[in-house]
Every structure is written in structure tokens, then in C-alpha cells.
Design a protein around this ligand. Structure first.
Ligand code: ACO
Length: 359
């Protein structure tokens, strides 16, 4: 029995390989840093989906169709209601994904890939009672999301930074949300159901819910001088430091440095990065002292938080922006699982009571 399934290999995949000892992530034959530096989100989606849709068009057509799908999703959105918006952006995304199509077609996949950008921007604007911005299918996915969210065209640097983030996190082996998506897809429930399962797993604090709390930690610490006292206090209380530790990596998450470099290139990061670096240094020192047998290093979420903050994305929307990139991977994994023709159905060991008359 393996409660966290850490030693279980539950899929063969052509999509990505996480080497936890070397700190290496390969996405369909490309080092993650190289892919994020050269590919658009649409190109990464094309790469992930190759071989899984018989009608997958060429990459430039796919880009246009994702743009058209953004417009289609926007027109399907309901009138904003305070009851819906009170759920918070991740749950709004889940509710509204459930209203989209739910089959195994490319059309459905396109709608799903487009949806997190449109729904997240819509929910954040509606919550702030700001005018809603329709998508522009001509724009890149990253630029259009920022334009819909912020109400003005982002600079090339900003759109490029968000694009790098989306590509960096588009796939990552059999992480919890991807596994959840594959389990649901294996029942032939549809790609929409698989994506909702992925999002539901991603939402958790120990997975894609971590970057908002990373910023809360930075705010609570406030200045570099407070870092040691605050971190010692949190660890003394048995709390986990958000943005550190990983199930697979025994070294630094390769995505952390890629994202840190992206943050550095943005003009608006100001003094935040220096504070974050000091908090990271103290955290690693404390974790090493307290868990000498278990190497805990910085994970993707630490610098994700800084990057998304520098792009003026509100922290409540961080998990939705993660979903914006990861949904491309969920869909590819769902299709890969469907192609195996096997429902995922592991066994359990019964440890409960047995009827008295049982022989
Ligand atoms: N802060 C403090 N202690 C930690 C942390 C942390 N961030 N991470 C692990 N530990 C401790 C555990 O409590 C455990 O202690 P114990 O042996 O005294 O019980 C020990 O280190 C070993 O933990 P692992 O078995 O390595 O952790 P696991 O693989 O179960 O969990 C996880 C991995 C969930 C990511 C964990 O490190 C964590 O909670 N991190 C903080 C949340 C976070 O940043 N999540 C984002 C991960 S990246 C992603 O999902 C996209």
C-alpha cells in the first residue's frame, strides 16, 4: 500500500518527463527553459496535442482557432451575479467550465483551452464592477488575457513574460491534477469533465493553490530583517512554507529559476525580488537544518507568485492563471489515457470491520 502513490507508475506518456534527481523537465523532447524561451503558448499546445487529434490543424490555424474559441466562450458567459462571483475566481471557473461542451473532440478541446483566460478576466472584472472586455481573437492568448483583465494592451515584455509562464507550466508528468484528469477521462466522461477534475485538484493549497499564500507570507514578513523570526515561528508551529518542497524534485525545481529570470526582466518588480530572495535563503537554511534527511528546495510556486504579481494579476486569480497553462497538458493527458482503452481502477486493502459470521 502506497497512500501517496509515490512509487506507483500509473501511465506511459510521451508528453513530459520530470527527473527529480537531476532537476530536469522535458516536454515532448524539449528542455522546459528552452521551450519557454522560444515557443508561444499556442505552439506549446500544438506540440502537446500532436498525435491526439486526427483533425489537429497546423500551428498558425490552431492559434487562430484558440482566438476564435475565446470569442465563443465570451459569448456563452452568463450575466454576472453576486451569488456566482462570491464563490471566488477558481470556483467561478469551475462552474462556468461545466457549462461548456464535454466530449472528446478538437472543438471541445479548443473551447476548454480558451476558457480559463476568458472566464478569469471576466470574473475579476465583474467582481470589481469594472467594464467587461471582449476577447480579440487576433491577439496571442497571453496578450489577450492581460488586455481583458487589465483593460489595456500589455507591453510586449509583459505579454512575453506571461507567455513564458504558461509554457513553463503547461505540463509536468503525473502531478495530482493531471492524474485526476486522466482518471476521469478514462471513464470516457469527456474532456470538460477531465479538465474540471484537474482544476479541482489544482485548487488545493498543496498544489496550484500555493502562490497566493506565498505573497501572503512575503507581506506578513514585510522586511528582510523579519525573515528569520517569522520563518522559525511558522516552522515551530508545524506549518509548511508555501513555495518549498516537492514530491518528485530532490533538487531545485528547474522552473523556479526560469521564472525568476523572467521576473527580473520586468520593470515593475521593484524591491520585491530582493525581499523574496532573502526569504528564500532563510527558508532553505531553516528547512535544511530541520529536515536534514529530506532535501526541501524551492518549487515553481515561489517565483510564480512574484511573476504574476509583477504582471498586476490579483493573487486570488493565480490558480486560474496556472490552469490557463496547465489545461493544455490536462487535455493531452486525457486523450493519451483514452487511447489506452483502460479505465483507471486501482485496488484498496480493506482494514475495516468484518461481519461476525464471516468465516
Ligand atoms: N515546509 C515545511 N515542511 C515541509 C514542506 C514545506 N514546504 N514540505 C515538506 N515538508 C516536510 C513535511 O511536513 C514532512 O515532514 P515530516 O517528515 O516531519 O512529516 C517532510 O518535509 C517530508 O515531506 P514530503 O514527504 O517530502 O512532502 P510531500 O511529498 O508529501 O509533499 C508538497 C510535497 C505537498 C509539495 C509539500 O512539500 C508542501 O506541502 N509544500 C508546500 C506547498 C507548495 O508549495 N505546494 C506547491 C507544490 S508545486 C505544485 O504543485 C505545482
Amino acid at each position: 500500500m502506497d497512500a501517496g502513490l509515490e512509487n506507483v507508475v500509473a501511465a506511459e506518456t510521451v508528453l513530459s518527463d520530470v527527473d527529480g534527481l537531476a532537476g530536469r523537465l522535458i516536454i515532448r523532447g524539449h528542455e522546459v527553459g528552452e521551450l519557454a524561451a522560444k515557443a508561444s503558448f499556442e505552439e506549446a499546445t500544438h506540440l502537446l496535442w500532436q498525435g491526439f487529434f486526427s483533425d489537429l490543424p497546423k500551428v498558425d490555424v490552431l492559434k487562430r482557432r484558440i482566438g476564435d474559441a475565446r470569442a465563443k466562450v465570451f459569448h456563452k458567459l452568463p450575466r454576472p451575479s453576486s451569488e456566482l462571483l462570491a464563490l471566488g475566481p477558481v470556483r467561478v471557473l469551475r462552474v462556468l467550465l461545466a457549462r461548456l461542451s464535454d466530449d472528446e473532440s478538437l472543438e471541445c478541446a479548443l473551447e476548454l483551452a480558451a476558457a480559463p483566460a476568458v472566464i478569469t478576466a471576466w470574473a475579476m472584472r465583474a467582481r470589481g464592477q469594472m467594464p467587461l472586455n471582449a476577447p480579440d481573437p487576433e491577439q496571442s492568448h497571453a496578450a489577450d488575457f492581460l488586455a481583458m483583465l487589465l483593460g489595456h494592451r500589455p507591453s510586449e515584455a509583459e505579454a512575453g513574460a506571461l507567455n513564458s509562464y504558461l509554457v513553463t507550466i503547461c505540463d509536468h508528468g503525473l502531478n495530482a491534477s493531471t492524474f485526476a484528469a486522466r482518471v476521469v477521462a478514462s471513464t470516457r466522461a469527456g474532456l470538460g469533465s477531465a479538465a474540471i477534475a484537474g482544476l479541482s485538484a489544482l485548487k488545493g493549497l498543496l498544489h496550484g493553490g500555493a502562490p497566493g499564500p506565498v505573497l501572503d507570507m512575503l507581506d506578513a514578513i514585510g522586511t528582510a530583517e523579519n525573515a528569520t523570526k517569522w520563518i522559525e515561528g511558522a516552522l515551530d508551529r508545524g506549518e509548511r512554507l508555501m513555495g518549498f518542497g516537492h514530491r518528485v524534485y530532490r533538487v531545485r525545481d528547474p522552473r523556479a529559476d526560469a521564472l525568476k529570470a523572467t521576473v527580473k526582466r520586468l520593470p515593475r518588480e521593484a524591491g520585491r525580488l530582493a525581499l523574496a530572495e532573502e526569504i528564500e535563503r532563510v527558508s532553505l537554511q531553516e528547512l535544511a537544518a530541520r529536515k536534514p534527511d529530506r532535501k526541501l528546495d524551492t518549487n515553481v510556486e515561489f517565483y510564480t507568485a512574484l511573476l504574476l504579481e509583477a504582471l498586476q494579476i490579483p493573487r486570488e486569480a493565480f490558480t486560474c492563471v496556472f490552469a490557463m497553462g496547465r489545461i493544455a497538458g490536462w487535455i493531452a493527458h486525457a486523450k493519451e489515457q483514452i487511447a489506452t482503452g483502460r479505465i483507471v481502477r486501482p485496488q484498496s486493502t480493506y482494514v475495516g470491520p468484518v461481519p461476525e459470521h464471516a468465516g
